[in-house]
Design a protein around this ligand. Structure first.
Ligand SMILES: NC(=O)c1ccc[n+]([C@@H]2O[C@H](COP(=O)([O-])OP(=O)(O)OC[C@H]3O[C@@H](n4cnc5c(N)ncnc54)[C@H](O)[C@@H]3O)[C@@H](O)[C@H]2O)c1
Length: 474
């Protein structure tokens, strides 16, 4: 074992507290450093401790959930989760106690028992260490995702964390190592994998309708600048605006990458091999900071920060010779898009811009043919829970499909649809895009977090076999 890797393992074995407070090894712009990339290669050469892909944990009759981070996303999550039978929210935590109180009110309104309360900067540690929780569900700012998931697993809990799962290559490996060592699930809550067109096209790809897929595209193109990033009432302590000058590159790769990775069987038959990334300069964020600061001193500290470039484009090549294109832009005016394009030898699908389209020749199929494809290829999960999910809501229903499926798998002892290798591989694009940009878009290798198991891992199960019996409250 190299000294590099040995030192790293010693650091993580010091305990979760040490992990949580360890200084990030990434450089000022959050890009993966040469040292991290070298350490990552050492990890790849070592043997996988245990394969978490396809792993089924012992069944839990009732899943006791602790939610950490009760802001915009966490508040909604408490509402959605409280519809699911066989689930109890036993603990709630936020830095700010009034957010815990608000979430308790949601539970009360839904006729659910009161949860134990945690608050303060480090209240999450006590929650992870408590005895009455099986699953920690984390919609906090990004920097806390990996530390909380690692502490949760080390304390015997499954971890479900919002996107991105980790901000550095080291964090991604820590997640993998901890999940394998503890045999606890680590799922990144990539809800876009559960959207209706994404699931339809995944099932169509599985059934060979597009022939062999050769190229796919995904994105997060969503103007968050004025309404969100620079809105004092949106993200707590302005955390998300601050992330926009701590990193350069694709800050939010997983919404676009998750669904197309599942279609291409990434980590389950193919693997992302290497990538190259390019960003524009920033043409809007600093101007907006100046404009806001001229009206309100509060924004003065955000002027002349080293904002990341507005539009990032990353191109990935897989081991089997396919390509993927990812884009990220949350700071120029444009309609929302995640692209979701799948191109194969026999057909093509594209979700954005509206309307969703599929073609098997020179023209897009007509609406009646698209309806017929929906009829035939909508996978069982959507047939089972899709209309209820639309009623409960959460990005049109996909959030609830994801929550329900996670709990149903844990209750029935089924493998989860997304494992720690997906979380690590999809998240590592953030620091690697920074590394590529820093070297004039040189290509960088994408770590094999499965350490070779991708060659034999099975694609995700699109049936509800062995599960599907978790009820939903009126
Ligand atoms: N998957 C999706 O579609 C989707 C949508 C929105 C947000 N998100 C993700 O959800 C997460 C939360 O985003 P948000 O929009 O709710 O932001 P937010 O700022 O509204 O919420 C974050 C919450 O975390 C709390 N927090 C901060 N530090 C904490 C600490 N030390 N301990 C406990 N709580 C702490 C904050 O007080 C706040 O209540 C982010 O990772 C974001 O990327 C995902």
């Amino acid at each position: 074992m190299s000294t590099n890797r040995r030192k790293f393992i010693r650091n993580i074995s010091l305990g979760a507290g040490a992990v949580a407070t360890a200084p990030s090894l990434a450089n000022a712009f959050g890009a993966a450093t040469d040292e991290q990339i070298a350490r990552s290669k050492d990890f790849e050469k070592s043997k996988q401790r245990f394969n978490m892909c396809g792993y089924a944990a012992p069944k839990l009759d009732v899943v006791r959930v602790g939610v950490i981070g009760l802001g915009m996303r966490g508040g909604d999550a408490v509402g959605r989760l409280s519809y699911i039978d066989g689930l109890e929210i036993t603990a709630l935590c936020d830095k700010y106690p009034d957010r815990v109180t608000a979430a308790q009110k949601t539970l009360e309104k839904r006729g659910r028992p009161k949860a134990k309360e945690y608050s303060g900067e480090e209240g999450w540690k006590a929650l992870c260490e408590s005895k009455d929780v099986d699953l920690i569900y984390t919609p906090t700012p990004w920097s806390l995702h990996a530390p909380i998931a690692i502490h949760a697993m080390k304390n015997g809990k499954h971890a479900a964390t919002e996107v991105n799962a980790g901000l550095t290559i080291d964090e991604c490996w820590q997640l993998v190592e901890t999940s394998e060592a503890t045999k606890k699930h680590m799922m990144m809550l990539e809800n876009c994998c559960y959207d209706f067109f994404e699931l339809l096209t995944l099932n169509m790809a599985r059934n060979g309708l597009f022939g062999e897929l050769i190229h796919a595209e995904g994105a997060y193109l969503h103007d968050l600048s004025k309404g969100w990033l620079f809105n004092k009432k949106a993200y707590a302590d302005m955390w998300r605006l601050k992330e926009n000058y701590k990193h350069n590159g694709n800050l939010y790769p997983t919404h676009g990458l998750g669904p197309i990775s599942q279609c291409l069987n990434i980590n389950r038959g193919d693997k992302m091999d290497y990538m190259t990334s390019m960003s524009t300069n920033d043409f809007t964020l600093n101007n907006l900071a100046k404009e806001m600061a001229a009206k309100d001193d509060f924004f003065a500290e955000f002027v002349d920060k080293p904002y990341r470039g507005n539009l990032n484009t990353t191109v990935i090549r897989t081991n089997k010779g396919k390509t993927m294109m990812l884009q990220h832009d949350v700071s120029t005016l444009r309609p929302y898009s995640r692209i979701h394009l799948l191109s194969g030898t026999k057909g093509i699908a594209q979700k954005y811009p509206d309307p969703e389209r599929i073609a098997f020749g020179h023209a897009w199929v007509k609406k009646e043919e698209l309806d017929a494809l929906y009829e035939k290829y909508t996978p069982p999960i959507v047939k089972h829970i899709g209309s209820i999910a639309k009623e409960v809501g959460g990005h049109g229903g996909m959030d609830f499909i994801m929550d329900w499926r996670l709990i149903d798998c844990l209750r029935n002892g089924l493998p989860l649809d997304q494992d720690v290798y997906d979380a690590a591989a999809w998240s590592c694009i953030l620091p690697l895009s920074g590394a590529s940009i820093a070297k004039k878009s040189s290509s960088v290798e994408i770590p094999d977090f499965t350490r070779g198991a991708w060659k034999t891992n099975k694609p995700i199960d699109l049936t509800l076999d062995g599960g599907g019996n978790t009820g939903v409250r009126k």
